[in-house]
Design a protein around this ligand. Structure first.
Ligand SMILES: CCCCCCCC/C=C\CCCCCCCC(=O)SCCNC(=O)CCNC(=O)[C@H](O)C(C)(C)COP(=O)(O)OP(=O)(O)OC[C@H]1O[C@@H](n2cnc3c(N)ncnc32)[C@H](O)[C@@H]1OP(=O)(O)O
Length: 226
């Protein structure tokens, strides 16, 4: 996640739509490649050929690239696009991706439907505990931001109630309570048989951000991150 306080490059809604149309299917194709890489049973010669082809594609993409990570370079108005984010990033093939949408009637409540495949395995056939934590960190942070109280994770407590199967899951988050720059959020991962992992976390608008906003005399909410 980039927390660069500078304003993002402004792009028009049309340009944003064009970039989304370009990169979303490209990134999805790479996700498919990862899944195919894990599950293929083709013969060794085909693996070697495929490896050479993948290496050629990688070299072509590296002909022009950013110095560092993607950050939150693009935006329209105050909304930034976290396209590199490892959970929701439109341009990150590692991201499942999660697409949180407002739902329910609790403060800041957001839900996301997601299908976790072979790339997210921990125990055989099950979701890795760190992946569940990854999704919950993001959805709780998104709930805090959706309630107008964005912050960074100060702590995240998890209770793994029962194993989480790979496949279709729902991830839910909401705000429990807040005091000034501190927001406590809760959430869970829900499998076919009900909740599997529960989370409770504290999200803090960092001191540097509070000071920046105070210096600006900014009555507006901080920049929105998804
Ligand atoms: C211009 C706008 C900027 C916006 C910035 C936010 C953008 C995010 C928005 C939307 C995101 C949407 C989705 C995101 C999801 C993913 C989230 C992640 O993965 S975040 C990466 C992992 N987390 C870290 O790397 C944090 C590392 N830690 C820190 O940076 C600091 O420790 C931080 C920010 C947590 C606190 O730093 P302090 O500089 O504000 O420090 P002090 O003023 O001492 O603390 C503030 C209050 O918080 C309490 N506090 C801090 N840590 C605590 C803890 N572990 N337990 C309990 N209380 C704690 C303190 O006791 C203090 O309370 P008292 O103000 O006195 O009431």
């Amino acid at each position: 996640m980039s927390v660069n306080p500078d304003r993002p490059a402004e792009i028009t809604p049309e340009e944003l739509a064009a970039q989304t149309a370009l990169y979303a299917p490209f990134t999805q194709a790479v996700r498919e490649l990862v899944d195919a890489t894990i599950r293929t049973t083709v013969d060794p010669a085909t693996i070697r050929t495929a490896q050479a082809e993948v290496e050629a594609i990688t070299a072509r993409l590296r002909e022009e690239q950013l110095e560092g990570s993607l950050g939150a370079h693009f935006g329209h108005g105050r909304a930034r696009q976290p396209w590199g984010n490892t959970v929701v990033g439109l341009r990150n093939p590692v991201a499942p991706p999660l697409r949180p949408v407002p739902a329910g009637d609790r403060e800041g409540e957001v839900h996301a439907e997601v299908v976790l495949g072979a790339a997210y395995e921990g125990p055989p056939g099950l979701v890795h505990g760190g992946v569940s934590s990854l999704l919950l960190d993001q959805i709780l942070g998104t709930a805090a931001a959706a309630a107008g109280k964005p912050g960074m994770t100060a702590y995240l407590n998890l209770t793994y109630r029962r194993p989480t199967p790979l496949g279709p899951l729902r991830v839910e988050g909401w705000v429990d309570r807040s005091e000034g720059h501190k927001t406590w959020a809760r959430g869970h991962v829900v499998g076919p048989d009900g909740p599997t992992v529960e989370a409770e976390g504290l999200f803090v608008l960092p001191r540097w951000a509070r000071e920046l906003l105070a210096r600006r005399g900014d009555a507006e909410a901080p920049p929105a991150f998804e």
